[in-house]
Ligand binder design. Structure first.
Ligand code: DGL
Length: 265
């Protein structure tokens, strides 16, 4: 059985989750919604994030998706408010990442994320529920996601911002592992690695992709991709520029979208 799912993000970040699903060879029809014109969500209050997200969820329910992956940590931090409003199951990105950190059991781990995500404390809360021995040290950035969403225009500004986050983290606590708790960040993974070669940076996209596959195999009885050779199809709806999508998709080696259409800003 071929499944149709929605993936949402404030902008380009959720493409990292698309990349994971594509590389797993999942037999899925994906409708991706990115609200680039209104990003960064991470500097907004919760009520605005919820109301902007509901526009995306309403659009996806018209497209009859079976589930929505919230490929955005900032939106995932409001999942408690979104679940009762959503017509379909929501797969957030914070829970699978927190489970992975709790399983690893390193006593101190870093978290790089937006202001809203770090302030929500949801990663730390979920990890603590599963493994109270793990402490999460969060460093927020009010600008890194927007710098990356602008199609990596200013690479020096991106490097400087990451260097400053690494300094702030070192001042908080030394760590061996940092969770990239904003889906935009793994798009520039090589910059993180070059600035801190001794740190392991976790991209939670594969973890969320696995959570989506698990949900669909429970609901549909068969793991998507298990018996199908068909590659996923991708339709993008965005309030941003189609050309920036093409650029970032090329960078992430995601095959061309079937369509890119307009979401009103
Ligand atoms: N990609 C989003 C996340 O994972 C954040 C970007 C934003 O602030 O809009 O948190």
């Amino acid at each position: 059985m071929r499944h149709t799912i929605g993936i949402i993000d404030s902008g380009m970040g959720g493409l990292t989750v698309v990349r994971s699903l594509v590389s797993e060879g999942a037999s899925l029809d994906i409708v991706y919604v990115g609200d680039n014109a209104n990003m960064p969500y991470g500097n907004r209050p919760a009520a605005e994030i919820v109301s902007l997200t509901m526009r995306m969820l309403d659009l996806l329910s018209e497209r009859e998706v079976e589930a929505v992956a919230i490929a955005c940590n900032t939106i995932s931090a409001t999942v408690g408010q979104l679940r009762p409003l959503s017509k379909v199951p929501l797969v957030d990105i914070i829970s699978p990442a927190a489970e992975a950190l709790a399983r690893r059991g390193e006593p101190d781990v870093g978290l790089f994320a937006t202001e809203f995500t770090v302030k929500s404390g949801l990663h730390a809360k979920r990890v603590r529920e599963l493994n109270p021995a793990v402490r999460v040290h969060g460093v927020p950035s009010p600008r890194l996601a927007a710098l990356i969403d602008g199609a990596i225009g200013d690479e020096k500004a991106i490097r400087d911002e990451i260097a400053s986050m690494l300094e702030k983290l070192a001042a908080l606590h030394p760590v061996k592992t940092v969770l990239l708790g904003c889906t935009h960040y793994p798009i520039v993974m090589e910059i993180f690695k070059s600035l801190a070669p001794d740190i392991e940076f976790i991209d939670p996209a594969d973890l969320q992709a696995d959570a989506v596959m698990r949900l669909l195999s429970h609901d549909g009885g068969e793991a998507p991709g298990a018996a199908h050779a068909d590659a996923p199809s991708l339709d993008i709806v965005t309030s941003g520029a189609p050309e920036s999508y093409r650029l970032i998709m090329k960078r992430l080696r995601i095959p061309k979208a079937r369509s890119i259409s307009r979401l009103e800003a």
